[in-house]
Design a protein around this ligand. Structure first.
Ligand SMILES: NC(=O)c1ccc[n+]([C@@H]2O[C@H](COP(=O)([O-])OP(=O)(O)OC[C@H]3O[C@@H](n4cnc5c(N)ncnc54)[C@H](OP(=O)(O)O)[C@@H]3O)[C@@H](O)[C@H]2O)c1
Length: 250
């Protein structure tokens, strides 16, 4: 299948990199003719298109521009499918600006560049299987039944890498404060995330936590300090705030 990307910035670029080995033919449209050579160098193997408008006729289009600019994107033709990665922008709003047989919304994250984006998606069920096959190329596509759920998935998984980086940085800072050298702290945190992700694939987080926490032990003391700092409450409120923002953007 050929996929046309409109927008190849942070997110579009991460997806293109993650799809490099997928076997799909990838084309990138840029509205800025001066960027053609830069994009050719950044995305070897992709066809770079520019011009007055992106030609969507009969094509599968990944729309990866900012929500604030999508209305000014110039396109011609009727796409086979438009798969948006824009936060908040609704299916009906996308349909108003982009003629397409099928319209879907998805919410990847920047781990797409590593082939590890857990990507929620929703929209026209007629193109559900094809869209999942595309999303699986750079991670895992996860169907959700409504746009309301997609906004929650946006807050969780689209924004999620930023929250995880806050945790990673804070843990390393704590270790450095207590005397560990920075390179060792950074390496241990990286291993901690990899190990925790692997454990999470076959267990409930609460069960894993209980298995680490022995009576009166170091973990129990550290965990109590996190609860005192209202870390759990902070994360719950972070998701709530991000969902509200996704709804506002729509
Ligand atoms: N960043 C993330 O972690 C993340 C995660 C999930 C979803 N998203 C979603 O991904 C979308 C893109 O975000 P981003 O962070 O990748 O933004 P970005 O880095 O600013 O990239 C936006 C891209 O859109 C292009 N563009 C701008 N105006 C255009 C126009 N009129 N016609 C055609 N192309 C145009 C830009 O090209 P020029 O630079 O040449 O103008 C650039 O390639 C957003 O809707 C966001 O909600 C982002």
């Amino acid at each position: 299948m050929e996929i046309l990307f409109i927008g190849a910035g942070n997110m579009g670029g991460a997806i293109i990199r993650g799809m490099a080995a997928s076997g799909h033919r990838i084309a990138v449209y840029t509205h800025n003719a001066e960027k053609v050579e830069t994009l050719k160098a950044a995305f070897p193997g992709c066809t770079i298109e520019s011009g007055e408008a992106a030609n969507m006729e009969g094509r599968v289009v990944v729309l990866a521009v900012k929500p604030q600019v999508y209305k000014s994107v110039k396109v011609t033709g009727r796409a086979k499918a438009v798969i948006s990665v824009m936060a908040g922008v609704t299916l009906s709003a996308i349909r108003e600006s982009f003629a397409a047989e099928y319209v879907l919304r998805s919410m990847p994250n920047v781990a797409a560049a590593k082939g590890l984006s857990a990507t929620a998606f929703t929209g026209d069920e007629g193109f559900k299987d094809e869209t999942k096959a595309i999303l699986d190329c750079f991670g895992q596509g996860i169907w959700v039944g409504s746009e309301k759920e997609l906004n929650v998935a946006t807050a969780l998984a689209g924004s999620g890498p930023a929250y995880m980086m806050l945790v990673a940085e804070a843990l390393a800072d704590g270790a450095v404060r207590m005397g560990l050298k920075r390179p060792a702290a950074a390496q241990l945190v990286q291993g901690l995330f990899e190990g925790s992700a692997a454990l999470l694939t076959d267990g409930h987080p609460g069960v894993i936590k209980d298995s680490v926490m022995s009576p009166g032990g170091t973990t129990a003391y550290g965990y109590a300090a996190l609860e005192n700092g209202k870390v759990r409450d902070g994360f719950i409120k972070a998701i709530e705030a991000a969902v509200k923002r996704a709804e506002e953007l729509g």
